[in-house]
Design a protein around this ligand. Structure first.
Ligand code: 26Q
Length: 797
């Protein structure tokens, strides 16, 4: 589309919708016109792409995920359509600032953290690489809560995003679907054989809203389909007349709750009934629609696996396995064996967590009444699977591998049995899966397990979040890294070029100044852009060890105040949401704020260190913080962080990793070499050994002066009338992630960071090497592996 035509469409929209010209329009009206015009443009492109797909009849992948953290869409779409620059100029001519228009768009919080953002990075990358893929999820009315900090404590507020967010969505009322809950199952022999009937069920209507996903400079447009739950028949008049008042509005009550909100937890197996409903709701709607479309096109489901690959993003969509079985068995009359063959060829499963306590389990008592037919299918899958284990002479593995055990349904086991491929998200994580978490399954199915190391949408995380750096790199090494990030390695040729290193540092400074302004405006804290920006941004979790970071800050405070230390100035930047019911996580947020306050009150210390906690971490905030970081804190206990993806975004933007050998840090270490990263702490086997021996935090306390002095000092702290004995008690009695075991080694690594920073040129070179070697962490590389090795899909241009 010529840009002139785009401008005409915007003006036409303003005229039609508001009877106004662009010179008189408000920012809000211009926002709506831009969003709607882009959506219209993408719809047209999608139509053309669909035509092409119909012709070629090629296999497509469907990415099922309870979460997609899409981030703002407008800038992404203008960037991908290649019209950002012209749009900016056009708006400027009319006295609008495009950045201010971008700021109107809500950042849809349809996810918790890494897993949700990964899903969106993959949709973006797949689309830019011309793979035909659809995402399926839920249209949560309220995304993850808005975090407000009040006196250091986290408070949660509802995040209603649709008001301004709806302009990006296309409502497809032609593709509504019914989903059934409760009731009972009747089995009978008929002339046509064995039949199963689901009776007295409650119907919920699934209404589809599509978010169109643009690719970078390509004709491909894919879809993220978000289902909204509505009562099918509304109020049931018959039941009402019979006096069954509460039952009469049951469907309405269920429906309105299902797509109401995202569970604000990022690792829990708490078996809440509403969550099962959400899972089944979106899975059933998605699969019914997909199977129906396939049948309409081909008149059979025999060849379903030649045309469809279904991906389950963690176990949350695992009910897809029994649901597809149900459709094949009950609705289309396939035999069990045939249906099972089709199903297991279609599904693949990615695991995102190693911690046993985080694996999803559902109580049979909760599950069975809600989804009676799905339950009976899971029972049959389990029966046949257990038989297979016994036939292989491996009775001993049953307790580990059975799908139903101890009156619980184990969704990871169901996912593994029902999929032809299972993968972890980094080399280390995938190794741990086959060596420990799923060891027994790996013995049963040695060819099922693999690895795909995570990746990030570099066009968003470099191209859009850091246009200053992207534009300089284009001038220096050419622009082919935008399409193919491996080309960024050309930057390595300049690592000894002082001018280039200095220029990169200038850009870093610009990003730090921008962030400093934001920090000033949101927290009132003045920070020094020449200080080290030391960043830890991610969900708040004990295993991620924000507390270890905080301990180091307290250690520095003491050293400055009482031991004459005059360190290189540092700004410690945190951002993190805690799950609403996770008290320890909330306590850590309070502790960080209290340290910040204590420092701000100290005339001496505050000249050297500052602590900033930026509230309401989300994609949009990440885009501001990450380009400004000098240090990327990736300090989880080894063996606990499946991969991490923030680590990749920070590396790409030239931050140096300070981390344990955990998740993808291991691969970052490989990529940059020992001399361009700060590694510390126990490694996974050492953590395992220590656990086996028994971790005794008191021993660390008694044997280390630094630990002792730091913890004793925390006992003396009072900030705003509060004391922090509970932090010390926690570290000495409850800390499963062994902060004290890594404390000394962390402090030493931090000292090395400070020392290195003083050699500006060396630091600059290290930073350059990090950016230059981030190519393998592009999501383009990851999705290529999924497409080729797991889904077997081809590009359609
Ligand atoms: C489960 C049951 C009930 C309620 C919530 C949940 C739930 C929700 C979200 C459990 C887990 C999650 C999210 C997990 C997650 O984000 N994992 C991260 O995935 C990233 C992408 O692979 C990795 O990089 C991170 O290491 C991993 O922690």
């Amino acid at each position: 589309m010529k840009h002139q035509e785009f401008e005409q469409r915007i003006e036409k929209y303003l005229k039609r919708q508001f009877g106004i010209t662009i010179t008189l329009a408000s920012k809000r009206q211009v926002y709506e016109a831009l969003m709607s015009t882009v959506r219209e443009k993408l719809s047209e492109k999608k139509f053309a792409y669909e035509q092409e797909l119909k012709k070629t009849k090629q296999k497509r992948a469907y990415y099922m995920s309870m979460e997609f953290l899409v981030g703002r869409t407008l800038r992404n779409n203008l960037f991908n359509l290649g019209i950002e620059k012209q749009t900016k100029e056009y708006l400027e001519k009319n006295n609008f600032n495009l950045d201010e228009i971008y700021d109107i768009e809500p950042d849809p919080g349809l996810g918790n953290g890494g897993l949700g953002r990964l899903a969106s990075c993959y949709l973006d990358a797949l689309t830019s690489s011309d793979y035909p893929v659809t995402g399926f999820s839920i249209l949560y009315e309220y995304g993850i809560f808005k975090q407000v900090i009040n006196n250091g404590w986290q408070q949660e507020f509802p995040d209603y995003w649709l008001d301004l967010g709806k302009y990006g969505l296309v409502y497809r009322n032609d593709e509504e679907i019914e989903v059934r809950f409760y009731g009972h199952v009747e089995e009978k022999m008929t002339e046509d054989g064995f039949k199963v009937e689901h009776k007295d069920y409650t119907s919920i209507q699934a209404e589809p809203y599509d978010l169109l996903i643009s690719g970078y400079k390509t004709k491909t447009v894919n879809t993220l389909r978000l289902w909204e739950a509505k009562a099918k028949t509304g109020f049931n008049m018959k039941l009402f007349e019979r006096g069954e008042y509460s039952k009469s509005s049951e469907a309405e009550a269920i429906a309105s709750s299902i797509s109401k909100l995202l569970y604000p937890a990022d690792s829990t197996n708490e078996g809440k009934e509403l969550r099962i409903k959400q899972q089944y709701f979106f899975i059933s709607a998605s699969l019914q629609q997909l199977v129906k479309n396939h049948y309409n096109e081909f008149g059979t489901l025999e060849n379903l696996s030649d045309h469809v690959a279904l991906h389950i993003n963690d176990t949350h969509p695992a009910m897809g396995v029994p649901e597809l079985m149900r459709l094949l068995l009950d609705e289309y009359g396939y035999s069990w064996d045939k249906a099972w063959e089709i199903t297991t060829k279609i599904f693949a499963y990615t695991n995102h967590t190693i911690m046993a306590e985080a694996l999803e389990k559902w109580s049979v008592d909760l599950f069975k009444p809600l989804l009676p037919r799905i339950y009976s299918i899971i029972e049959e899958i389990n029966k046949r699977f257990c038989q297979l284990v016994i036939d292989q002479g491996k009775h001993y593995t049953l307790a580990e591998t059975a799908i139903i055990y101890d009156n619980q349904i184990r969704m990871a086991n169901l996912s593994i049995v029902g999929s032809h491929n299972v993968n972890g998200v980094s080399k280390l994580h995938s190794d741990i899966l086959v060596e420990s978490t799923f060891r027994a399954f790996n013995e049963l199915y040695p060819t099922k397990f693999g690895n795909v190391t995570n990746g990030i949408a570099h066009r968003r995380w470099l191209g859009q979040a850091n246009p200053e750096l992207a534009s300089y790199l284009k001038d220096l090494i050419g622009d082919d890294f935008v399409k193919d990030l491996s080309k960024i390695s050309k930057l390595n040729d300049y690592k000894n070029d002082k001018k280039v290193v200095a220029k990169l540092q200038e850009i870093k400074k610009v990003k730090k100044e921008q962030l400093a302004t934001y920090i000033q405006n949101t927290t009132g804290i003045t920070v020094n852009p020449d200080s080290i920006f030391d960043v830890q941004v991610k969900r708040l979790h004990e295993y991620k060890r924000q507390l270890l970071n905080a301990l180091h800050i307290v250690y520095l405070y003491r050293e400055i105040k009482y031991n004459g230390l005059r360190p290189v100035p540092r700004t410690f930047i945190f951002a993190a949401k805690a799950s609403s019911g996770y008290q320890m996580a909330k306590n850590i947020i309070k502790f960080i704020h209290s340290i910040s306050q204590m420092i701000e009150c100290d005339e001496l210390v505050r000249d050297y260190i500052k602590v900033v906690f930026l509230p309401d971490y989300k994609v949009t905030l990440a885009e501001k913080i990450i380009p400004a970081a000098d240090i990327s804190e990736q300090i989880s206990q080894a063996g606990k962080e499946a991969s991490g993806t923030g680590n990749m975004k920070l590396m790409l933007n030239g931050a140096l990793t300070l981390g344990t050998l955990d998740g993808a840090n291991v691969e970052i270490h490989e990529a940059v070499g020992d001399e361009n990263i700060f590694i510390f702490g126990l490694e996974t086997p050492e953590v395992d050994e220590l656990n086996a021996r028994g971790y005794k935090p008191w021993e660390y306390y008694n044997n280390s002066v630094k630990i002792k002095e730091t913890l004793d000092f925390i006992r003396t702290m009072t900030v705003g009338g509060m004391n922090f004995n509970f932090i010390v008690d926690y570290l000495l009695t409850q800390d499963n992630y062994m902060c004290l075991a890594d404390f000394e080694s962390y402090i030493a690594a931090q000292e090395k960071v400070a020392e290195t920073y003083q050699d500006k040129e060396k630091w600059g070179r290290m930073s350059l090497v990090n950016t230059a070697n981030a190519g393998i962490f592009s999501a383009d590389r990851s999705v290529e592996e999924y497409a080729k090795d797991i889904w077997n899909i081809k590009k359609v241009k």
